[in-house]
Ligand binder design. Structure first.
Ligand code: ADP
Ligand code: MG
Length: 285
């Protein structure tokens, strides 16, 4: 049987060079509790091409989550320009075409609703996009199968381990059909072994689905394993200080990538830059 829903190819309008997301000179200020202005982002520019996997690393509090929120249109810049394809995703719903959110978010704390069944959680994004319950759940169930969660579909998330909940959050994001995934330390609360398995699973999924991804992570290894590019942010106010192209051919085999001398070299170079930002000594050469 054909899949009941799918994102159509014209979901994203690429500019020349296939940019689906761009920022130019973006500043973001917040007003803190005592009324002072907090500068979270300082002149950030970024271009993400269609199908690209971009990883962002940076010190805590430097503005990474703020950056992702701006990418997803959840918040507006104080200055500068953000261009996205917001609202341009389309999904077939059986009753015609519906809009899907341009970007789907995956957060560290899973964003799983305890009062909904696993199946309803997976279908949630599609339901929000206007799909009927049966068709949304049917499409979402396909993702539960792919994530190894089919046996838990009619139970509640409290029966799931941390890794399973994170797979559920990914199932929901992928099931929306959104062409862009914005992930904020999605594996950050998992134990190291589970995290490693999830990295491998995410790598495989991305290689099959080719979404455009912006992933914020604390792990340089994760960024190198998954990403096409790694961007290093400065301490707050956040701006990009360095950019590293990840040279490993796809499809990637995690073992081969991590055993390669280039992996170790890049890891060390990125850590030097990040360390400079963490200790406030600026980037070492
Ligand atoms: N809604 C908000 N109101 C006030 N300050 C905020 C708000 N959101 C973020 N900030 C501040 O902006 C800075 C960057 O935050 P954030 O983007 O969450 O950093 P990161 O994700 O890199 O840890 C921090 O100093 C944070 O306290
Ligand atoms: Mg954050």
């Amino acid at each position: 049987m054909a899949a009941p829903m799918g994102i159509s190819g014209r979901g994203v309008r690429g500019e020349q060079g296939g940019a689906v997301l761009s920022m130019e000179g973006v500043d973001k200020f917040f007003v803190s509790g005592d009324g002072r202005a907090v500068r979270a982002l300082d002149g950030v520019s970024l271009t993400v091409r269609e199908g690209e996997f971009v990883c962002v690393v940076g010190p805590s509090g430097c503005g990474k989550s703020t950056l992702l929120r701006l990418c997803g249109g959840l918040d507006a810049p104080s200055a500068g320009r953000v261009r996205t394809g917001r609202g341009e995703g389309r999904v077939r719903t059986g009753r015609g075409e519906g809009r899907v959110p341009w970007a789907a978010f995956v957060f560290q704390d899973f964003g799983v609703f305890p009062w909904l069944t696993v199946r309803a959680n997976a279908a949630f994004g599609l339901r929000m996009a206007g799909a009927g319950r049966r068709e949304a759940e049917r499409a979402a169930y396909g993702w539960l199968v792919r994530m190894g969660l089919a046996d838990f579909a009619d139970g509640y998330p409290d029966r799931l381990s941390g890794g399973m909940r994170q797979r559920l959050a990914l199932a929901r994001a992928f099931a929306t059909g959104s062409p862009v995934l914005l992930m904020d330390e999605p594996l950050g609360s998992l134990d190291p072994q589970t995290r490693r398995l999830m990295q491998e699973q995410l790598l495989e999924l991305w290689q099959e689905e080719r979404k455009t991804v912006v992933l914020v992570t604390h792990s340089i290894d994760e960024a190198l394993l998954l990403g096409d590019r790694v961007l290093v942010m400065s301490a707050r106010p956040g701006r990009f200080t360095d950019e590293f192209e990840v040279p490993f051919a796809r499809p990637r085999d995690p073992g081969t990538v991590q055993d390669s001398p280039e992996f170790g070299r890049l890891q060390a170079r990125i850590w030097r830059q990040l360390r400079g930002q963490l200790t406030g000594s600026g980037a070492a050469a």
